[in-house]
Ligand binder design. Structure first.
Ligand SMILES: [Zn+2]
Length: 107
């Protein structure tokens, strides 16, 4: 992902309105690109400010706003990765058990 693409995704990211794969690439880019990181910081601050003006009760810590959100994204990715690995392993295990049972029945 390049800077242009990342910056197009700033608002969808802040609104949580993004495909999982896209979010993963976006966060990776933000982590390695100081310019986009700073851009995200500006957007996140502005959007958080608007939410508060609209009467949101949430406590906003502007210093950690972007870090918190990036960390949440990264945790979600780890969870997804774990879940995918787990699902694959479970499928492999049940196939093996099924195969074993068939072999037992027929031989
Ligand atoms: Zn960039």
């Amino acid at each position: 992902m390049n800077c242009k693409e990342a910056q197009r995704l700033l608002v969808p990211y802040i609104n949580g309105d993004m495909e999982e794969k896209e979010e993963e690439q976006f966060v990776k880019h933000i982590r390695h690109c100081k310019e986009c990181y700073e851009e995200l910081e500006v957007y996140a601050t502005v959007f958080a400010g608007i939410r508060q003006l609209n009467g949101a009760e949430e406590e906003i810590d502007y210093r950690t706003l972007v870090e918190d959100s990036l960390e949440t994204s990264e945790e979600d990715m780890r969870d997804t990765y774990f879940l995918t690995t787990y699902t694959i392993l479970m499928k492999a295990a049940s196939t093996a058990v099924l195969f074993y049972m068939i072999v037992r029945w027929f031989f």
